[in-house]
Design a protein around this ligand. Structure first.
Ligand SMILES: Nc1nc2c(ncn2[C@@H]2O[C@H](COP(=O)(O)OP(=O)(O)O)[C@@H](OP(=O)(O)OP(=O)(O)O)[C@H]2O)c(=O)[nH]1
Length: 706
C-alpha cells in the first residue's frame, strides 16, 4: 500500500489498462466486497470507452484508488468503484442496494448525476437546461453530503482523476471543467481541510485555464529550483542546530520544506500586484514537533535567532481556521533570503495535509473542520440563485471577527456588519438597526476586517433592506433579506399597481380597488408593474366594466408608449421627458417606478422611501431590454485552405460582433471558439448549423458553468 500521495498519483497517471488499474487498486485495498465491486464494475461498463480510448472502467477503478488514500473503509471504496454505474449503465440504484447494501447505495446515489429536470419546481422555466442540470446535480451532492460527508471526498477524487486525464478532451471542455474545478471543487477541498487535494486540483486547473501564466511560473521555479533547495537545506540545518542546542532531541521534531504551489503563487502576485521575487512565502520550512507547547518554544527559538517580519506573524494554533488548520506562521530573514517558518505538531501536520480525512485515518489531537457551511447553505432557493450563492460562499477567503463576549465568527472577506448580525442569529439580522465596530458606531454595511469586535443593536421590527442585498456577502444574510423583501416587494407592487391604474383612469384608489375586485384581478394585480401586456389587458377589462356599468363617461383611454434613452414609459397623459432621481440611485436593471410630475417622469428605485410619498402619480416604466446578447460558440471547421476566412466572412455578413476568437486543433479538423454579440439566437443557430458542425452554442453567462 502506498503511503505517499504524490507517489500514488504518479502511478495513477501511468495506469491505462483495466488490468493495471485493478492491480493498483487491490494493492491499496483488498477485501472480498471490493473484489466483487471491481468485477461488477468491469462487467457493467463493458464496451464503454473514455475519450482517451481507454476502457471506461479504468476511471472508476482509479478514482477508488485515490479515494482509498483518504479513507480505507471498504464501503467508501466500493462506492467510488461504482460511482458511475447507475448513471452510465443499465444497473439501478436498487440493484446496487441489493448487491452492495444500503451504505454503498446511499453514497452512489449522492454521486449520481441528475439526467432529467422535468417537473422540478426549483428550476425557472427560462433556465438553460444544461446549466440547471449541473446545478441540480451539485445541489443533490451537497445535500447527500450533509448526511455523509464522504460523498464529497469521493467526488473530489473523481474530479482529480478527471483533471489528470483532461488532455483527451477538446479545449473548450478542458477550460470549462478547469474553471468549475477552481470555482467549486477546490474551495470544497479547502473547507474540508484536504490541502493535498486542493493544491493538486488548483495547479491542474491553473495549467489549463492560464497556460501562459502557468508556464512563466514554472520556468522561474525550474530555473531557481537548485538554489532554492540549497537555501532551504542550509536553513533547515541551522534551525536543527538551534533546536538541539535548546533541549530538543532528534526524535522530538522533524523539519520539512516546501516551495509554494503554482496557483497560490499566481494568486498572491495578482492580489498584491507583485512579481514572483516579491512573494514572501515562496519558500517555507515546516517544523513539526510533539505538542503545542513545543510549537511556542520553537517559535521563541526561531525569533531569538532570526529577525522576524512582525506583520507576517500568525497564530492559527490559538485561533484555528474554520477548516481546522492549526499552525504558527512567521516569516524571517536568513542572510539575504526571506523564508516562512510554519510550526505545528505532528497531529496538526496530518490535519493540514488531509483535513477531515486525517480524522478518519488517525485519532488526532487537533481541531477538526467545521462543517456548518454545508448546513448553512440555503437549499430551497431556485436553482440558479442557489448555484450563485453556493459558489460565492465556497469561494470566499475568510476573516475572523468577535462578538463583545469574544465568541469568534468566521465570515467571507468584505463581509458587512449586517452579515455578522445574521451569522449570530437570523432574528438579530432581521431586526438589526445599529452596528458598532470596536466601540465606534458604523453603518450596517460597514465592511469588517479580521480582529474587529462587532456589536449589533436591534429594534422591535423586522426591517427589509431590499436595495442592500447585493452588498451583503454571506448567502445566509442574502437569503433572509430576500425573504423579507419578497413580502415587502409584493406589498409595494400591489400599491404601485393600484396607483398606476389610478393615474390612468383618474380615479381614486378606492374605486380602482373595487374595479379590480369586480374583474377578479385581486390575486395577481401586482404583476402589471412588470408586465406591459398584462397592464394593457387589465386596462381594457376595467375600461369595459366602467363603460358597461355606465359609471362614468369615458372617452377612449389612449395609452401611448414613450421611449427615452433606455426607458420605456406607458401613459395616457402627454410626456416630454424623464429624469432619474438620484435620491435612490436606480441602476440599469434595478426594479424601478415612475412618478409623473407635470409632463416629466421621475424614475426612482422601486423601494425608494421618497417615491412612496409621491406614489399616487405613478406611471408604468420599464428598462428597454438589451437585445444584443453575448454568446459562446464552438464550431468544427474542415482543415482546408480558405475555410477560416470563409467562416469569418459568413459571421460578418450576419452582423455579428466578434469579441474573441481562438483556434484549437482536433485530429484532422480545427475547432474555433468564438465569443460574440448577436440579437437572434435561433435563426443564427439554424444558419450556422446548415453549413458547419456546431460543438457548442450557448449564452455566454452559461459558458463555463455547464
Ligand atoms: N493545509 C493548509 N495550509 C494552509 C492553510 N492556510 C494557510 N496554509 C499554509 O500557509 C501558507 C500561507 O498561507 P497564505 O494564506 O498564503 O498566507 P498567510 O501566511 O498570510 O496566511 C500556505 O501556502 P499555500 O501556498 O497556500 O499552500 P502550499 O503551497 O504551501 O501547500 C500553506 O502552506 C490551510 O487552511 N490549510
Amino acid at each position: 500500500m502506498n503511503k505517499n500521495f504524490n507517489e500514488l498519483i504518479e502511478k495513477v497517471k501511468k495506469t491505462h489498462t483495466t488490468q493495471e488499474a485493478k492491480e493498483l487498486l487491490l494493492a491499496q485495498a483488498n477485501t472480498p466486497k471490493i473484489q466483487k465491486a471491481i468485477d461488477f464494475a468491469i462487467k457493467a461498463h463493458n464496451g464503454q470507452k473514455r475519450k482517451s480510448g481507454e476502457d471506461y472502467v479504468v476511471h472508476p477503478l482509479l478514482v477508488a484508488t485515490i479515494t482509498s488514500f483518504f479513507n480505507d473503509n471498504e464501503n467508501v471504496i466500493t462506492a467510488a468503484i461504482l460511482h458511475d454505474v447507475v448513471e452510465d449503465t443499465e444497473y439501478s440504484i436498487e440493484y446496487i442496494q441489493k448487491e452492495f447494501q444500503e451504505e454503498v447505495a446511499n453514497l452512489v446515489e449522492g454521486l449520481t448525476k441528475i439526467v432529467s429536470i422535468r417537473d422540478n419546481s426549483l428550476v425557472p422555466s427560462n433556465s438553460n437546461e444544461k446549466l440547471a442540470k449541473s446545478a441540480l446535480t451539485f445541489r443533490k451532492m451537497l445535500l447527500s453530503s450533509i448526511k455523509d460527508i464522504r460523498v464529497l471526498v469521493i467526488k473530489l477524487c473523481d474530479r482529480l482523476h478527471n483533471m489528470l486525464t483532461l488532455e483527451a478532451l477538446p479545449p473548450h471542455k478542458q477550460k470549462r471543467i478547469a474553471e468549475e474545478t477552481l470555482v467549486v471543487y477546490t474551495p470544497i477541498a479547502h473547507r474540508l481541510g484536504i490541502a493535498t487535494l486542493k493544491n493538486i486540483l488548483e495547479d491542474l486547473a491553473f495549467k489549463y485555464l492560464l497556460p501562459e501564466e502557468y508556464k512563466k511560473i514554472d520556468e522561474y521555479i525550474q530555473k531557481h529550483k537548485n538554489i532554492f533547495q540549497i537555501k532551504l537545506n542550509e536553513f533547515i540545518q541551522t534551525i536543527e542546530t538551534f533546536l538541539l542546542e535548546n533541549g530538543f532531541k532528534e526524535e522530538d521534531f522533524e523539519i520539512k520544506s516546501r516551495i509554494k504551489h503554482y496557483y497560490s503563487i499566481f494568486l498572491k502576485m495578482q492580489r498584491k500586484g507583485i512579481s514572483i521575487e516579491e512573494v514572501l512565502d515562496l519558500l517555507a520550512v515546516r517544523v513539526i514537533v510533539k505538542n503545542p507547547i513545543d510549537c511556542y518554544k520553537t517559535l521563541g527559538i526561531v525569533h531569538l535567532n532570526f529577525r522576524p517580519l512582525i506583520s507576517r506573524f500568525k497564530d492559527y494554533i490559538a485561533i484555528p481556521k474554520e477548516n481546522g488548520y492549526q499552525t504558527i506562521h512567521t516569516t524571517v530573514y536568513n542572510k539575504n533570503s526571506i523564508i516562512e517558518v510554519q510550526i505545528r505538531t505532528f497531529d496538526m501536520d496530518k490535519n493540514a495535509e488531509f483535513g477531515i480525512a486525517a480524522h478518519w485515518k488517525y485519532k488526532l489531537n487537533s481541531a477538526s473542520p467545521n462543517l456548518k457551511w454545508i448546513e448553512d447553505m440555503k437549499f430551497d432557493e431556485d436553482i440558479e440563485d442557489f448555484y450563485e450563492l453556493a459558489k460565492n460562499d465556497l469561494f470566499s477567503e475568510d476573516i475572523v471577527v468577535y462578538s463583545p463576549k469574544f465568541d469568534t465568527f468566521t465570515l467571507p472577506l468584505n463581509a458587512t456588519a449586517l452579515d455578522f448580525a445574521y451569522a449570530v442569529h437570523t432574528d438579530i439580522g432581521n431586526r438589526a438597526i445599529e452596528a458598532y465596530v470596536n466601540k465606534e458606531k458604523v453603518s450596517l454595511l460597514h465592511p469588517l476586517k479580521t480582529g474587529d469586535i462587532v456589536k449589533i443593536k436591534t429594534g422591535d421590527k423586522e426591517i427589509p433592506r431590499c436595495s442592500w442585498i447585493n452588498a451583503l456577502k454571506t448567502s445566509k444574510a442574502k437569503y433572509e433579506q430576500k425573504k423579507l423583501c419578497r413580502i415587502k416587494e409584493k406589498e409595494i407592487n400591489r400599491n404601485l399597481a393600484i396607483a398606476i391604474l389610478s393615474t390612468i383612469f383618474g380615479l381614486e384608489k378606492q374605486k380602482i380597488r373595487a374595479l379590480v375586485k369586480v374583474n377578479n384581478l385581486c390575486e395577481n394585480i401586482e404583476k402589471i408593474v412588470d408586465d406591459l401586456n398584462f397592464l394593457k389587458e387589465v386596462v381594457r377589462k376595467i375600461y369595459k366594466t366602467i363603460k358597461q356599468k355606465n359609471l362614468l363617461y369615458f372617452k377612449n383611454i389612449n395609452l401611448k408608449e414613450y421611449i427615452f434613452g433606455n426607458i420605456k414609459v406607458l401613459s395616457n397623459k402627454p410626456i416630454n421627458s424623464i429624469r432619474f432621481n438620484y435620491c435612490c440611485h436606480p441602476k440599469e436593471g434595478d426594479k424601478i417606478l415612475g412618478i409623473l410630475e407635470k409632463k416629466e417622469v421621475e424614475i426612482h428605485h422601486r423601494f425608494c422611501n421618497n417615491a412612496e410619498e409621491k406614489i399616487k402619480n405613478a406611471v408604468f416604466v420599464e428598462w428597454l431590454k438589451n437585445t444584443q446578447n453575448r454568446f459562446f460558440l464552438v464550431v468544427m471547421l474542415q482543415n482546408k485552405k480558405g475555410e477560416l476566412a470563409k467562416f469569418v466572412n459568413f459571421l460578418t455578413k450576419n452582423n455579428i460582433f466578434i469579441h474573441t476568437i481562438e483556434l484549437g486543433k482536433e485530429s484532422n479538423n480545427c475547432t474555433l471558439e468564438i465569443e460574440f454579440d448577436s440579437k437572434n439566437y435561433n435563426t443564427l443557430k439554424e444558419k450556422i448549423a446548415k453549413n458547419y458542425k456546431i460543438i457548442e452554442f450557448i449564452p455566454k453567462k452559461d459558458a463555463y458553468n455547464g
